[in-house]
Design a protein around this ligand. Structure first.
Ligand code: NDP
Length: 249
């Protein structure tokens, strides 16, 4: 299909997991664009898999100067930007009793500040009528153990989809947010020893009302919808893509 033919998209964290799933889904709909990450090896590998219509740009989304360079380079290469996916982020762990000031700043920089400035620095280059897609988390809705700041930052991201849509009404740029539940990505590697991986994923799948954990492609299909004109009446909306885990378990 080609619902996004000739659109230009920038996907932060497009070299791994959910971001790569979104890039693949976009590619299959005719999109060109940029995937963004810091790890050059995984960036190069992802670009090789996506093919000629995608390039990788190495940038740290917590660094505002990097974001300015990212969107300037994107526009030099593709001439315009239609879709922004602010996906880079990660599960900072800790409780109110244990989190240091440095850990607080890191969690907020990666999961909130980066989203804000990704959008702000893209705006001068973005087409009117474009689509902004934020990646939140179902952890914004329930207090999962140890995800105190992560959940708080992701709750703020849900708010930002509404606020950005309001801020950008005059340009008809729509912002919406996808909130995934547990999704099978390399993020698991950071928390689970490799020898326990299969058992942990089975445990999560068994807890899921739908009987499986999410795949990056589940989020990719939802992002295609939000990037396309099929969602042209949606502004500030949240799409919870969680296999039912948040409210049905
Ligand atoms: P991955 O660890 O697989 O991917 C994270 C991506 O973010 C990588 O591409 C990484 O690239 C990039 N990234 C991280 N920090 C930075 C940075 N400072 N600058 C630029 N890029 C960065 O995680 P997921 O795919 O699982 O997560 C993607 C998003 O989905 C996150 O926002 C996460 O919070 C959210 N989410 C994930 C869920 C899950 O169960 N997997 C559930 C709910 C939400 P690099 O390392 O090259 O910098």
């Amino acid at each position: 299909m080609s619902r996004l033919k000739n659109k230009v998209a920038v996907i932060t964290g497009g070299n791994s997991g959910i971001g790569f799933g979104i890039a693949e889904a976009f590619k299959n709909e005719g999109t060109k664009g940029v995937i963004v990450g810091r790890n050059q090896v995984t960036l190069d590998r992802a670009v090789a898999q996506l093919g000629d219509n995608f390039i990788g740009i190495n940038a740290d989304v917590t660094n505002v100067a990097d974001l300015e360079r990212l969107f300037k380079q994107t526009t030099e290469k593709f001439g315009k930007i239609d879709v922004i996916v602010a996906n880079a982020g990660g599960g900072a762990v800790g409780t109110v009793a244990t989190t240091s000031e440095a850990e607080f700043d890191q969690a907020i920089d990666l999961n909130l500040k980066s989203v804000y400035f990704t959008v702000q620095k893209a705006l001068p280059y973005m087409n009117d009528g474009g689509s902004i897609i934020l990646i939140g988390s179902n952890a914004a809705h329930r207090a999962y153990a140890n995800f105190t700041l992560y959940g708080a930052a992701k709750a703020a991201v849900i708010y930002l989809a509404k606020a950005f849509s309001s801020d950008l009404l005059d340009r008809k740029i729509r912002a919406n947010v996808i909130t995934p539940g547990t999704t099978d990505t390399p993020a698991f590697d950071k928390f689970v020893p490799i020898e326990q991986m299969e058992a942990v994923k089975k445990h999560f799948a068994d807890q899921m009302p739908i009987g499986r954990i999410g795949q990056p492609s589940d989020i990719g299909k939802t992002a295609v919808f939000l990037a396309s004109d099929d969602s042209s009446f949606m502004l500030g909306a949240e799409l919870l893509v969680d296999g039912g885990m948040t409210y049905l378990s």
